[in-house]
Design a protein around this ligand. Structure first.
Ligand code: FES
Ligand code: FES
Length: 178
């Protein structure tokens, strides 16, 4: 059965026409609305590469029915401020500067997870950071540089001293990707 509904993505409304009602939010974002930032990894809620915000809550877009996201505010990695000016967000910049991006497949999901974390907890403990990104699998970095990126972004948001890259050492990662 085809559907016509409207999704609000990154502050703008988008009509979704001729869609099957069982399509995931990930599929509709990527294939129908032209938002390829969320990546399709496992499509089973295991890897976190498809992470987006729905009403401020981090979700796996592969597990959400697109039609159920009507009347919500959806934010993808393309919509992070100040993306509309073609600039990176503070978290994106920290990832680049610390070398936390290698193949980059996991990166959009991790960026969304870190934004969701820092927007709710601007000064998370190391344990909280590790838990916050534990649903985002990365096969390249070993997580050390990702954790360093989170530290840099956290320090910059707090405006505290020593907010440069590598300002505070990060011990070896204990995040286990299963
Ligand atoms: S593609 Fe959604 S969690 Fe892996
Ligand atoms: S940078 Fe390659 S999977 Fe994370």
């Amino acid at each position: 059965m085809s559907e016509i509904y409207v999704l609000r993505v990154n502050g703008e409304e988008h009509a979704v026409a001729d869609a099957w009602s069982g399509e995931s939010l990930l599929y509709v974002l990527r294939e129908r609305l032209g938002f390829p930032g969320a990546k399709s990894g496992c499509e089973q809620g295991e890897c976190g590469s498809c992470s987006v915000l729905v009403d401020g809550v981090l979700v796996c877009a592969c597990l959400v029915l697109a039609a159920s996201a009507v009347e919500t505010e959806i934010v993808t990695v393309e919509g992070l401020q100040p993306a509309e000016r073609g600039e990176m967000s503070d978290v994106q910049r920290a990832f680049v500067e610390t070398g936390a991006v290698q193949c980059g497949f996991c990166t959009p999901g991790l960026i969304m997870a870190v934004h969701a974390l820092l927007d709710h907890d601007p000064d998370p403990s190391d344990l909280v950071v590790r838990e916050a990104i534990s649903g985002n699998l990365c096969r390249c970095t070993g997580y050390g540089r990702i954790l360093e990126a989170v530290e840099v972004a956290t320090r910059r948001r707090s405006g505290g001293p020593g907010s440069g890259v590598g300002a505070r050492g990060v011990s070896g990662p204990e995040v286990v990707a299963e």
